[in-house]
Ligand binder design. Structure first.
Ligand code: SF4
Ligand code: SF4
Length: 258
């Protein structure tokens, strides 16, 4: 974003002895290097190498079917006479020339060691990898022809990739924890609602019972006691009636003698 606007175009310098018309071209991002070269009049017959990013910090392209990105400031087409075969890299001899030439006063040989060992944390935190401006001077002055700046780009890309993965996993964990919290909250709300409903039903049942406010379970013992008392009264009445009948009846012996 620049001034609140997304970057969709950029000016790219197309130059070198391998292209017909050198110049600056305002092109949309994503245009192929081959189309850019076509705009510049095409290749010279002795084209030997295509470099994206300038003579010092640039990197050679294996094909021109690659898109222009917002970081691509220059496309360098070199004829055979300007593109000698690069010697094979040799081991670092700790001469310190890379550190002497670094405009940011970094220790490129140490960052190289970190990148080769895969110790990206040390490269970032201790050796200030991200202060490297990728100017390519260290690579140019190295007597062992080590492509130092390529190692630094690789290390930065690895660190960014790991950060992205870490962010993704953190986001996934946060979403998982939020889901668990939401599920638990829904469960508690459901239980509270059911308990409230049960209480309402119990209150409604109690108000509808004949005891007029007392619950059915409270009315039951009174009914039972009343029934027992009535049964006992009936039994006593039957017993009293039987006894009175017995007393009113004449004795059997008196009847036979008469
Ligand atoms: S210039 Fe090359 S050989 Fe010398 S210290 Fe740096 S990386 Fe090693
Ligand atoms: S590429 Fe980085 S480490 Fe190498 S000289 Fe430039 S700023 Fe220093």
């Amino acid at each position: 974003m620049v001034f609140g606007e997304p970057v969709t175009r950029r000016v790219v310098t197309v130059t070198g002895s391998g292209v017909r018309t050198a110049g600056n071209w305002d092109v949309p991002l994503g245009i192929l290097a081959s189309d850019l070269i076509a705009q510049a009049g095409g290749y010279q017959p002795d084209i030997a190498r295509l470099v994206f990013g300038g003579p010092m910090g640039g990197f050679a392209l294996a094909t021109d079917e690659v898109p222009v990105t917002k970081a691509a400031n220059c496309l360098l087409a070199l004829a055979a006479k300007d593109a000698p075969v690069e010697p094979l890299p040799m081991p670092c001899i700790r001469c310190g020339k890379c550190a002497e030439g670094c405009p940011v006063e970094l220790q490129p040989q140490q960052m190289l060691w970190d990148a080769r060992a895969g110790d990206f944390e040390r490269a970032e935190k201790q050796d200030s990898l991200f202060e490297c401006i990728e100017c390519g001077i260290c690579s140019a002055v190295c007597p062992s022809h080590i492509p130092l700046v390529q190692y630094f780009r690789f290390a930065k890309t690895e660190i960014w990739q790991r950060e992205r993965e870490h962010e993704k996993s953190s986001l996934a964990r946060e979403r998982f924890e939020f889901r668990n919290t939401r599920t638990e909250r829904d469960k508690q709300e459901r239980e509270a609602m059911l308990a409230q409903k049960r209480a309402q039903l119990a209150a409604q049942k109690a108000s509808e019972s004949p005891a007029g406010g007392s619950s059915a379970s409270e009315a039951a013992p009174d009914d039972k006691q009343r029934a027992i008392a009535e049964a006992m009264a009936r039994a006593k009445a039957r017993k009293d009636a039987a006894q009175a009948e017995k007393l009113a009846a004449p004795p059997k012996d008196e009847d036979t003698s008469a």
